[in-house]
Design a protein around this ligand. Sequence first.
Ligand code: GDP
Ligand code: MN
Length: 338
Amino acid sequence: MTATSERPQLEKATFIMLVRNSELHDARSSIRYVEDRFNKNFHYPWLFLNDKPFSPEFIHMTRSLVSGNATYGRIPKDAWSMPDWVDRQKARECMRAMATKNILYGGSESYRHMCRFFSGFLWRHELLADYDYYWRVEPNTQLYCDLTYDPFTFMRENNKTYGFVINLLEFPSTIESLWPTVQNFSREHPEYIHPNNALDFIVDDNKNITEGGYNNCHFWSNFEIASLKFWRSQAYREFFDFLDRTGNFYYERWGDAPVHSIAASIMLDKDEIHWFYDIGYRHHPFTHCPEPKLEFHDSGRCYCNPTQNFDRDPYACTKQYRRMRGDLGVPGRVPGVL
Ligand code: GDP
Ligand code: MN
């Protein structure tokens, strides 16, 4: 595969990693996993983003590991700060209150910038302008299965928009008013709600958006293979602006994972969402490992331990996902397993 003549045709796609200089070695580890399991045969580019300038050491020690081009970008100030309409004083008080309740990252302002950045700014960064798809990689994550095909090509050929590997329950205390805000949005913009949506994943008992509550299921966004077209659409932009105007990325601690997941579940055709079941993946503290006795293990593609598979954990949303898929589970591949 390394000979130039045999190089596969690349999609307009890139890896993106938002990362701090201090995470250099965790970043290097993740890069190496991605290169070893997949990219050494494909040479997709890497885009590293940071709210601060990257250190020469960071650049040097990551560039040496990637098999495609590496680009290092800075996040503009307006994409990493509270918008004018957020009351600073109120935000500080809310953060303090959440910190005393021991809510994860409850007291962190930078974490909130990060979540708002992924929700509303990644896809408008100028360094992403030429791309249609991205694969989000976080420092200190692991991949356990050889990827023998190009997931970006898979996305394009199968008309997929959002790909994930792990789904789970969100902490309700971080998103208290997110769902009521989504309900208001859907009342104002019924035209953006897809008739064949994946609402069954996030709302129980067959209820519609305005009658039902949010069951807290979401796709874990530290891994994402997604189309940028969706985030750039009028529908999603209006959705993000609607959420952002409430200030609750700061007053509460809305995560990009529930924001992305809710948007995908109500505004896409459910068939545009794809579970990359065959990608063994770990982000502390959860692992997705394909179930045993499947081609993924028999073929020698995977080496993770299936008994550590998070999909069967009650904290995962496998049941809700299956229900939404009409019990089809993973397309074609693993009948009777999920
Ligand atoms: P968790 O996975 O929710 O525990 O959050 P992480 O600490 O892993 O942060 C999510 C992603 O955002 C990772 O890729 C981090 O490297 C990145 N990140 C978080 N905070 C900052 C920050 O202040 N600056 C930069 N440059 N990256 C950040
Ligand atoms: Mn992380």
